[in-house]
Design a protein around this ligand. Structure first.
Ligand code: SF4
Ligand code: SF4
Length: 339
């Protein structure tokens, strides 16, 4: 097994959603973007913290040969419905304070890299989203968020973690292009309450609620207070309205119910699913097959030898499970989705 395969396999085994690799060449598109609007990004280019410096990984870390990017899904954690519309979902995971599951996952992966004899370093100045796009694991949305390219059914709600390695690893095919479907007429821009998103892939951070609550040390400008509404820390509006990839809307209730039955009762035939649901499941099964969340795993030894269905590797990745024994009790699973 090659080093790249070992590093990828371990990341998925630990529960990361995806992993990609790129070179340490300058992140040109990112540099062009901030150079075109320096007045909006001056707060990210100070002596102490400078994302432009981080966009030249090899210049900054001459020993580094590759950028490895891990993807993790923060939507799968339970989120109290009472906080919806008030606190951004990603702020559920705050590792400045929390030393929980996510912290352990990263630590285990870093330990693994060290055991492999690899020098590794996390540099907070490295532009995370652009690194992930160049490593081929995400595409950009017009809302400036990134969307999983091969995992999570193409959903948003993910975090990219770039790590510098001294090992030379073959880079993956970049995916820096816009991932939005042509039929979406900029729903995210229309939904932005403060006007921070002013054009496709153009956002003025100083008008963004996430900036105001997370990065700014000053008082919220008066003209933004009313548009912010109930959002007091971060904001999910431009992801919540996204029709193409919104996790909660990817599966209909029928498909979700069918998926849960297959996950918990596999191997199972379509007729058995119908009997449990009390409904015809043809459409739901087809949708789940199309989305590669289930697959045919055999034929039942009974009259007509009907197909038996089971869950896939993508199903485990999407829900952040190492194996089927990690499945929560079925009631928790359904409650989480409802949240
Ligand atoms: S996070 Fe909220 S305020 Fe910021 S760009 Fe998106 S919708 Fe606008
Ligand atoms: S709302 Fe539409 S334009 Fe905005 S990111 Fe989603 S698909 Fe793209």
């Amino acid at each position: 097994m090659s080093l790249k395969q070992r590093l990828s396999g371990k990341a998925l085994e630990l529960g990361f959603t995806d992993i990609g690799f790129t070179t340490t060449e300058p992140l040109d598109l990112y540099i062009q973007e901030i150079d075109s609007r320096p007045q909006m990004y001056d707060w990210l280019m100070t002596e102490q913290f400078n994302v432009k410096r981080g966009a030249f990984p090899r210049e900054k870390h001459p020993w580094a040969r590759s950028l490895l990017v891990l993807i993790r899904n923060y939507h799968r954690r339970s989120f109290p419905p009472s906080l919806k519309g008030k606190i951004g979902r990603c702020y559920q995971v705050d590792e400045r304070k929390e030393k929980g599951e996510e912290h352990r996952r990263i630590k285990d992966y870093l330990d693994f890299l060290i055991q492999e004899g690899i020098r590794v370093y996390f540099d907070g100045e490295t532009p995370a989203r652009m690194s992930a796009a160049r490593a081929g694991v995400v595409t950009y949305g017009k809302n400036c968020f990134v969307y999983a390219r091969k995992s999570m059914l193409g959903a948003s709600w993910l975090e990219s973690i770039p790590l510098l390695l001294d090992a030379e690893i073959e880079p993956d095919e970049p995916s820096v292009e816009l991932g939005c479907p042509s039929w979406c007429k900029n729903a995210c821009i229309a939904a932005c309450p403060t006007g921070a998103l002013y054009s496709p892939k153009k956002m003025n951070p100083r008008r963004c609620i996430a900036y105001q609550s997370y990065y700014s040390s000053g008082i919220t400008p008066l003209e933004l207070r009313e548009p912010m509404g109930t959002w007091v820390y971060g904001c999910d509006r431009c992801q919540e309205v996204c029709p193409a990839y919104n996790t909660g809307k990817l599966l209909s209730p029928a498909a979700l119910e069918t998926l849960a039955i297959i996950a918990y009762k596999q191997p199972i035939t379509r007729l058995e699913i119908d009997q449990l649901r009390g409904l015809n499941s043809d459409g739901a099964v087809k949708t789940l097959l199309d989305k590669r969340l289930i697959k045919i795993i055999g034929k039942k030894e009974s009259p007509g030898r009907p197909f038996l269905y089971g869950s896939t590797k993508e199903f485990l990745q999407y829900f952040g499970l190492k194996n089927l024994s990690d499945l929560p009790p079925i009631n928790d699973f359904l409650r989480e989705d409802a949240a």
